[in-house]
Ligand binder design. Sequence first.
Ligand SMILES: Cc1ncc(COP(=O)(O)O)c(C=O)c1O
Length: 370
Amino acid sequence: MNNNFPKLAMAKFSEQYKGQKLISMHATNPEPFSQAELEQTIGQSFESILKNVNLGFAADEGTLALRQTLATNLYDGIFADDVITHAGAQEVLFCAFHALLHPGDKVLAVAPIFEPLVQIPLNIGCGVSYVHLDSNNDWSLNLDDVEKQFSSGCRLFVINFPHNPTGATLSGVELQNIINLCRKYDVWLLSDEVFRGLEHDLTYRLPAVAAIYQKGISVGVISKAYAVPGIRVGWLVCQDKQLRDRVLDIKGYLSICNSQIDEKLASEILKAPEKLLNRNLKIIIENKRLLKDIQSISGVDIDIIIPEVGCCVFTIINPGQITSTDLVKKIAKHSNYLLYPSDLFKTDVNALRIGFGGKKFNEFVHMYKT
Ligand SMILES: Cc1ncc(COP(=O)(O)O)c(C=O)c1O
């Protein structure tokens, strides 16, 4: 069997718990909408949206209606032509990395990290190095470390703020400084922005990198910040036409185009993005208040850096205790909850990823409340 696509560590990890009916408490997206709640939130029924939907193939780059909705409602200074829609963010990542990278290229990434953001470049044959968020300093990013890495050569810098798994973010000034460094060293910047919109206060919202940097690629999806994973629509935004053309060539080997049904639903749903985000943020803010109540899990002391964005935390296991993998096993066995251990995120920090965007998060907290 050919091994060009090694199984992702996340998939390998989840496989061992298959069929055990554990309650996921590691999700990074808010509670998914039900159809009824979504229809009520946007004030339209799926039936009315899908009346006379076109059942032919959609355009490869995505329907104009959806690309216009995305450009107008989610971004400033972005046009429909800058957008390509995909079957999820995962397909965006696959196409963007393959469009940009050659074997031997150097890629820099912020760790801890969502595995595909580095595993796809590694599969291509790139050299990947990391700048680590500082767990002793509110998960901050040291830009001197970034510049040091850029100065020895770098084709692409991969960032993801709001950040999975730590819930960290950048200030607007830090983002601008990153872009200044990218310009200085001629580095492409891939910004995974799938949690953009989940800032607990609007002042934390960052501009999309595609809107402020010609070599910036912004990645979005309806499954994360908007909490509709059952509609499989993600998008790439980039002002560079050559890059977009190459992405389309590669998409031609994958989904080719999205389902018209998904695109039609997404284009109506995302006409009112703030309505969806407000519902999600209401759950998140309520649950966030409970985070301070968890000081230990299964008798193990932990430390939580309370995030200002997103709905996941990377709870640090206090030194000298159990490994995160063993703790996850213990929790699954005794409490029926599934969390993610830190070894899935390319980091030495011993931590657990916990999602707090779900409606049942209070039950989880109740179990461990001190
Ligand atoms: C940071 C990040 N990017 C991209 C994705 C992929 O999103 P999707 O599976 O909806 O394509 C995820 C999924 O967890 C993610 O956490």
